[in-house]
Design a protein around this ligand. Structure first.
Ligand code: PMP
Ligand code: GLN
Length: 403
């Protein structure tokens, strides 16, 4: 990667938004959502549901605003929310998290990721992620002056090769960022792989930052937080948020949990990024986390059914589909339709066929973009009738855009 003068340039370059000649782009989510809006296309690009979460929590947040919850929350988050996060970790995973000093509430998972990376990555430190990777990892590693190392996830199952994984660690590795279940591929990582990551992190004395925002969105099995594995807790910062689990992506309430020393570091950085946010939302998020277990399992089941609706639709439109194990997303290959560049196609689709998707190559470094060139990510957190209509329109791709 070329060297840039200013930190913001390193940040933009880390997320593939800055070309070597200085051209600056916006995130693919912003670009494609704007195109979808302009052409009134069905937006299967940016991952947000088309149905809000439960009205009871919306009402609580509304009451917070019309009532008295309009000033700063404490920097770590209100205690009832920290207690709810702690209870949630105990109830689902058997983890003991002290709400006093092992939880910090953040402005979405995004701020927790940034604070964790900025807290621990020194210039020149290496940070490992899987590739494709969620864009904010590359951005914050770039801002911190870290060196971003990647381990490939390839179709069809998007699991990493163990040899490549082992080779990616060395004495300069400071952090490994795990995202499980994984955006954009929809892969989930099992106990054996997680144990290998813990062993490698131990061997090379590095931290694990585990982004688990899709923890409840798994299809037919339960998510395993890496922090639950033997030897992992002491070196792991686990991150999640209200957005995906409860269909409130705009609320931007997230959190990080982990040992007190690590959380103190994350909190220290976080307090100068935003200090605190979302006062009126915090009690509602606490209430949401205490929902009956059936809420979580029913939502996952419903989402899994919708993923199948879209999978079948994309298959009948002629694409090769890689079924997800979790998340909001499904990956499909447009090569069988005769297209060889999913990025170009994604930029034309909203106008030409009225559907938006996200090309996988934008989540990759240039060298790796090649192996994901014909892959496109589609979000299925939408009403089934919309998914069916989107599939119908996608079946016209070759006819309208001549693959
Ligand atoms: N991590 C991953 C993997 C995501 O897909 C997203 C997108 N929502 C985030 C983090 C950001 O979460 P939040 O909206 O809570 O900041
Ligand atoms: N997480 C969302 C996605 O992957 C996007 C969030 C954003 O726009 N930054 O689609």
């Amino acid at each position: 990667m070329p060297l840039f003068e200013f930190p913001w340039q390193r940040m933009a370059a880390g997320a593939n938004l800055l070309s070597p000649n200085g051209d600056l782009g916006v995130t693919i989510f912003e670009e494609i959502t704007a195109l979808a809006a302009k052409h009134q296309a069905i937006n299967l690009g940016q991952g947000f549901p088309d149905t809000d979460g439960p009205g009871v929590f919306k009402a609580m947040a509304a009451q917070g605003i019309s009532g008295h919850l309009n000033q700063y929350a404490p920097g770590s988050g209100i205690l009832p929310l920290r207690m709810a996060i702690s209870d949630h970790q105990k109830r689902f995973y058997g983890l003991d998290v002290n709400p006093e000093n092992e939880v910090v509430v953040t402005t979405g998972a995004t701020e927790a990721i940034a604070a964790a990376i900025l807290a621990f990555v020194k210039p020149g430190d290496e940070v490992i992620t899987f590739e494709p990777y969620y864009d904010s990892y590359g951005a914050t590693i770039g801002l911190a002056g870290g060196v971003h190392k990647t381990v490939a996830l390839n179709a069809p199952d998007f699991q990493p090769g163990l040899t490549e994984l082992r080779k990616s660690f060395n004495a300069r590795t400071r952090v490994v960022v795990l995202n499980n279940p994984h955006n954009p591929t929809g892969a989930a990582f099992g106990r054996e792989l997680l144990a290998e990551i813990v062993a490698l992190a131990k061997q090379h004395d590095c931290l694990i930052v585990s982004d688990e925002v899709y923890e409840h969105l798994t299809f037919g099995f339960s998510h395993i937080p890496i922090a639950t594995l033997p030897g992992a807790w002491d070196r792991t910062i686990t991150i999640s948020s209200v957005g995906k689990t409860f269909s409130f992506t705009g609320w931007k309430v997230g959190w990080a949990t982990g040992p007190a020393e690590l959380i103190a570091a994350v909190r220290t950085v976080k307090q100068f990024l935003s200090y605190s946010s979302g006062t009126a939302f915090q009690p509602a998020v606490a209430e949401a986390l205490a929902s009956q277990t059936g809420f979580f399992t029913d939502f996952a089941k419903d989402l899994g059914d919708r993923s199948e609706v879209l999978a079948k639709g994309l298959e009948s439109a002629g694409m090769t589909v890689y079924r997800p194990q979790g998340t909001y997303f499904i990956v499909a290959d447009v090569a069988p339709l005769g297209f060889d560049n999913a990025l170009e196609l994604a930029r034309q689709m909203p106008e030409k066929i009225g559907v938006a998707g996200i090309p996988l190559s934008v989540f990759c470094h240039e060298e790796a973009a090649e192996r994901t060139r014909t892959l496109m990510r589609f979000a299925f957190c939408k009403k089934p009738e919309l998914l069916i209509e989107a599939s119908r329109r996608l079946s016209l791709l070759t006819a309208k855009l001549g693959g």
